[in-house]
Design a binder for this molecule. Structure first.
Ligand code: MG
Length: 397
């Protein structure tokens, strides 16, 4: 793209009484996440590599609010001191343009402070169109069918929407062209135009429409502010994802079955354990407790406590599931690996996954169960016992 000397002129001089009927603060100074609406808008342009400088136009009563709003931004020589605007939006823009004349920019992008989130792509499209057009604005083609209301809100007509766009900002212009157009409009006492493209049109400039973005929407009401805040939160809130791992091993002793994943599996031996010795449930319980950093199975269910003698390990897992729920968490998925020469897991895999899913209260698609031998190596390879590994992902809200 050809390099333009482009300055962003952000219009923040309005009183914004629609967003806050109590008149406490104009909407551009309302908090939106970690900063004000205005600070978001300023940052969007300051952080764009093709914008040489940012000039904000403010109301004469808002200097302290402005200073407070931009205090969160890293100091930048590219952010010019604010200019005081006029009684109308049009007068404020003209004041800003007059202040910039000495800097001699080739182009200016005029932007509403009440549009806090302008994607860089939109700025790029406006700048690209300015290479061979006098003016270009961000806008969106209308998707809704338009109705013209008659008396008592009865539809008088359906207005064809073909060729109709909603104007957004930024609106880009050759600097000399738009300054001249604004001066002429002021001198002619022309009515207050609602955007700068209208002044450019009035002055006979060709204005190109480039595709804007719904995210560059204008905050007009308190509801807009709340909705934008929710969207912003959803887009930027860090995912509170926790991971935990668990391991357990028990040695064989005399018996005729082992418990694995809460399923009774016939075998030539049982396992040595205070409880039912279900290594898979013990490893998985520890993985879940690990994900929420809430101790381990031995801490919650002491193996010296007679209550847990021969106990079904289902209750250990269910206790961990309750602890996660108590923290507002959800189990995303679990993955269990059983280390066993014998018994074989495959014939029981489906029943085991179903049992785990039921205990965890999650879909079976989120429960993985794998088995491996240890190639006859070590104690497990000599069939002296069973072991299990587990990993669990938990989403805390
Ligand atoms: Mg154990």
């Amino acid at each position: 793209m050809q390099q333009l000397a482009a300055i962003a002129l952000i219009v923040a001089a309005g009183r914004g009484t629609r967003a806050d009927p109590t008149g406490r603060a104009p909407k551009q100074y309302a908090a939106l996440g970690d900063r004000t609406v205005l600070a978001h808008a300023v940052a969007a342009f300051l952080e764009h590599p093709s914008i040489d400088a940012v000039q904000v136009v403010i109301h004469r009563d808002d200097r302290a609010a402005y200073d407070g709003a931009i205090a969160c931004l890293s100091p930048s020589p590219r952010l010019a001191p604010p200019v005081i605007g006029g009684a109308t939006r049009q007068q404020s823009v003209l004041a800003g343009l007059e202040a910039l004349e000495a800097a001699g920019p080739t182009h200016v992008l005029i932007h509403d402070a009440a549009r806090p989130f302008v994607p860089h792509d939109v700025i790029n499209r406006v700048l690209a169109a300015l290479v061979d057009k006098a003016a270009a604005i961000a806008a969106l083609p209308l998707a809704d069918t338009l109705k013209r209301a008659g008396a008592n809100n009865t539809i008088a007509a359906t207005v064809p929407r073909g060729g109709l766009w909603r104007a957004q900002t930024p609106q880009g212009f050759g600097f000399a062209d738009i300054l001249k157009a604004h001066r002429s409009a002021a001198a002619a006492g022309a009515p207050d135009f609602t955007d700068d493209a209208a002044i450019a049109e009035w002055a006979g400039l060709a204005v190109r429409l480039v595709v804007g973005d719904e995210r560059a929407g204008k905050i007009t009401t308190q509801e807009d502010l709340r909705m934008t805040e929710r969207q912003q939160h959803a887009a930027t809130a860090p995912l509170n994802i926790r991971i935990g791992q668990g391991f357990d091993v028990h040695s064989f002793t005399s018996g005729d079955h082992v418990m694995l994943c809460g399923v009774r599996v016939p075998h030539t031996h049982g396992v040595e354990a205070h409880s039912d010795g279900d290594v898979a449930l013990h490893a998985l319980t520890d993985a879940l407790l690990g994900a929420i950093a809430d101790g381990d199975i031995g801490q919650h269910f002491r193996n010296t406590d007679p209550r847990w003698r021969g106990a079904s390990s289902d209750q250990f897992l269910e206790d961990a599931v309750k602890r996660i729920a108590a923290q507002g968490g959800e189990i995303v998925n679990v993955d269990v690996t059983v280390l066993s020469e014998a018994p074989k897991i495959a014939p029981h895999r489906d029943a085991m996954r179903q049992r785990l899913a039921s205990l965890l209260r999650i879909d079976v698609g989120r429960v993985a169960l794998k088995a491996t031998t240890t190639e006859k190596l070590g104690a497990l390879g000599r069939r002296e016992g069973l072991a299990a590994l587990a990993i669990a992902l938990v989403h805390l809200r």
